[in-house]
Design a protein around this ligand. Structure first.
Ligand SMILES: *[C@@H]1O[C@H](CO)[C@@H](O)[C@H](O)[C@H]1NC(C)=O
Ligand SMILES: *[C@@H]1O[C@H](CO)[C@@H](O)[C@H](O)[C@H]1NC(C)=O
Ligand SMILES: *[C@@H]1O[C@H](CO)[C@@H](O)[C@H](O)[C@H]1NC(C)=O
Ligand SMILES: *[C@@H]1O[C@H](CO)[C@@H](O)[C@H](O)[C@H]1NC(C)=O
Ligand SMILES: *[C@@H]1O[C@H](CO)[C@@H](O)[C@H](O)[C@H]1NC(C)=O
Length: 288
């Protein structure tokens, strides 16, 4: 932690003029890895499609270490039960790190479940789930993962819904050593997704489509080390220097409390049965 702070305060201003802009749009930064016959990636628009034989997926060409990863998403409309749309960061290997947004579909008129999770060095089990204060299938909304050396913040339309803080010096693992690529996918998960697998996918509604646009990775490219010279100019100008770098301001905290009070439907830190009373250490630490 201290090393980052010293590093940035020494070099931030000296390096700004030569910072390379990390490529922005979907088609420049991502490629389709699954279901290329029916998915599409054009300019700033990505469309993922699921039919009975195949889902689809895309990922960024390069990994990042820290950044603000933003995309507007319009989820599968109407009867989306059994479908899962995922939008997440992940490294590779068996000690992988991961930061997740997953959208679990539902039957028409019933609420989507927003599922969040973090993996640190291969260990997940940090799920929190939410319902939304709007229908995510009628319009595009802004889903952003903000990941810096101090904290991870999940935002929906600029409202923070969750924070995971770095308590590494208290023995709690934090994702800060491995670069992560950004992944998106749409697939069938009717064995567990909707009401624990009780509601199956209705294939008469297929193909299912999730639309993404305005992908922005204001992030630092990772090639084995973190270096501010690998960060996009927006990161240097607005992000590393911003007060939210360390902690959300009061207004944002108020919004987050509102979401958590009214829309959170599952918190692993409240699931004493699951952990047999031996709660994960971060559950005893402030997460804001
Ligand atoms: C699903 O899409 C794939 C690729 O576009 C196509 O080959 C296949 O026939 C489709 N399957 C169904 C059941 O529509
Ligand atoms: C989804 O529902 C809306 C409103 O009920 C309707 O207008 C639209 O045609 C439906 N779309 C599909 C693909 O069924
Ligand atoms: C999306 O949300 C992020 C996080 O609040 C924000 O930085 C970004 O400006 C938003 N994007 C748009 C297009 O409003
Ligand atoms: C679907 O709707 C039901 C009933 O409103 C709700 O309990 C559930 O959390 C929703 N989401 C999923 C993924 O089942
Ligand atoms: C993974 O995390 C859970 C919950 O925090 C903890 O109980 C478990 O011991 C961890 N496992 C490893 C291998 O670190």
């Amino acid at each position: 932690m201290a090393i980052f702070e010293i590093f940035f305060s020494l070099f931030l201003f000296a390096i700004i003029p030569s910072i390379a802009q990390v490529d922005a749009t979907f088609s420049k930064s991502m490629y389709i890895t699954w279901g290329a016959q029916h998915a599409s990636l054009q300019g700033d628009d990505l469309q993922l499609v699921l039919n009975k034989t195949s889902g689809s997926a895309a990922q960024t060409k390069i990994p990042f270490l820290f950044g603000t990863i933003e995309s507007r998403i319009k989820l599968v409309p109407n009867n989306s039960a059994g479908t899962v749309t995922a939008y997440y960061l992940s490294s590779t290997g068996n000690q992988h790190d991961e930061i997740d947004f997953e959208f679990l579909g539902n039957i028409s008129g019933q609420p989507y479940t927003i599922h969040t999770n973090v993996y640190t060095q291969g260990n997940g089990s940090k799920e929190q789930q939410f319902h939304l204060w709007f229908d995510p299938s009628t319009d595009f909304h802004n889903y952003t993962i903000h990941w810096n050396p101090t904290q991870i913040v999940w935002y929906i339309d600029s409202i923070p819904i969750r924070v995971f803080r770095n308590y590494e010096n208290e023995g709690i693992a934090y994702p800060n050593k491995q670069g992560m690529k950004v992944y998106t996918s749409l697939w069938n998960a009717d064995d567990w997704a909707t009401r624990g697998g009780l509601v199956k996918t209705d294939w008469s509604n297929a193909p299912f489509t999730a639309k993404f646009n305005h992908f922005r990775a204001r992030a630092c490219k990772w090639n084995g080390v973190v270096s501010i010279s690998q960060c996009s100019s927006n990161v240097a100008a607005n992000w590393w220097t911003s007060p939210t770098y360390k902690q959300l301001g009061y207004a944002r905290l108020g919004q987050m409390n509102w979401v958590r009070k009214n829309y959170m439907i599952y918190d692993y830190c409240g699931d004493t049965k699951r952990f047999n009373g031996k709660m994960p250490m971060e559950c005893f630490k402030a997460q804001f």
